[in-house]
Design a protein around this ligand. Sequence first.
Ligand SMILES: Nc1ncnc2c1ncn2[C@@H]1O[C@H](COP(=O)(O)OP(=O)(O)OP(=O)(O)O)[C@@H](O)[C@H]1O
Ligand SMILES: [Mg+2]
Length: 537
Amino acid sequence: MIIVSDLEIQFGKKSLFQDMNLKFMPGNCYGIIGANGAGKSTFLRILSGDLDPTRGNVIFGSGERISVLRQDHFAFDEFSVINTVMQGHEELWKVMHEKDAIYSKTEFTEEDGIKAAELEESFANMDGWNAESDAASLLSGLGIAEEYHHTLMSNMSGKQKVKILLAQALFGKPDNLLLDEPTNNLDLETIVWLENYLSNVDNTVLVVSHDRHFLDTVCTHTVDIDFGKAKQFAGNYSFWYESSQLALRQAQNKNKKAEEKKKELQEFIARFSANASKSKQTTSRKKMIEKLDIEEILPSTRRYPGIIFTIEREIGNQVLEVRNLSQKVEEKTLFSDVNFYLNKEDKVAFLSRDPRAMTSLFEILTNNERPLTGDFTWGVTTSSSYLPLDNSAFFDTDMTLIDWLGQYSQDTTETFLRGFLGKMLFSGEDVYKKVKVLSGGEKMRCMIARMMMSTSNVLILDSPVNHLDLESIQAFNNTLVNFKGVILISSHDQEFIQTTCNRIIELTPKGIVDKQIPLDEYLSSEKIKEQLDEMYR
Ligand SMILES: Nc1ncnc2c1ncn2[C@@H]1O[C@H](COP(=O)(O)OP(=O)(O)OP(=O)(O)O)[C@@H](O)[C@H]1O
Ligand SMILES: [Mg+2]
């Protein structure tokens, strides 16, 4: 249980949110939603004690444990995988360590004996005897095979570390679990595993996410951070979305009487409850009919960034030729025998059962990585702009937003840069913020602005929707559909691919499958699936 009272956080003069009064109860899963930069991550950092609020306080149920999904991929490099997971329960980890220290002493005093007995007792109370097997079964559930459990973290790939850190957060069933965008960088299979896991836990879970499907599957409640306030609703993301849309329509229609509006709202809730009758939260949602006041639901203030890609030079017929490319990591073949031409109308989605394959291909095509075999040639009329999966290096600086963007612009006058930043939803004092404090989604908006400035005719996009809020995803999506150049993209967002791409290339250890069809057709073809099963074997 978590109780938040009168919470306020200020950065400089600006208050991010204030008067926050919320209660989070066991058995519920709360989806924390809000636009990029609304303050979701900041809120979780306050709850975990990472950051002090300007005002107000946070109380946990007595003796309760809190656990946080960590984002730092290098923090546990010198530990084995299994020990990293067990450190998720700090108290238990400490006792295990102290115990080991005593038993490894050459001389064992009477005092040591008493201390050891105490430690053994708290060890047993925390279910210490099952710790290792619990950690192992979490790892295996997440697809980290047993042969890796005693490997050092430094030898694991980024994708594997994401899963291990997730196991660490879940380890020992913490009373309060905080997850900030847990589905970023997870493959579909693991997302489904996490959905099942979260649907069956009876502790208090808070999850920040922009993934609508994930939110709808796991959340019983929604907390919307908007207008510098946080509002809690019973119901999942779709419920929040539909009801805020209704509120918007009603706000625009001033002629309707309050009574009529109330009736409309009740009907909406009844309909929604009926449709979602499978959900464990139906009863509490029904209770809302009495409680919910139309005045309480505000139309959202989410805004769409202006994403427009202009092309300086029209692309010729020769775009890209790839010959016999292959790559391996850690003895595993990511892809081999990759041969293709790109045409000037191509918008290609790259797929693979190992997501590292796409990142590696893009790094090769942008000369950041060397292939094991093969080569490629870009056409003379092409100029490419790359959105890499990992953008952290770009923001490891003390620069302000306006200076940062100036690096990539021909025109470095403040008026021009401000205009550009305005389109990316940064205005007023925001432009003097240091780029390193930006939220995940704000950083993505900066990276997109950088791409817009390059006026290239080829876009290479590795996981472009990671971190972005739904409004930004939509704006980005619409722009790509109308883009007059060539696109190479990798994304787990099927809708994004479906609407943008006209060609699919799947990279396998035994060559490629290359089809000029939309994604849904590709995925539903039995013939292609059979062929792929053979190629991944
Ligand atoms: N130390 C700081 N100084 C000034 N502003 C800050 C600082 N830390 C964060 N901010 C700003 O506070 C706002 C909220 O950031 P936060 O990371 O909480 O957003 P978020 O809701 O998690 O967004 P996203 O969906 O993009 O992850 C952002 O505009 C960010 O730039
Ligand atoms: Mg965030």
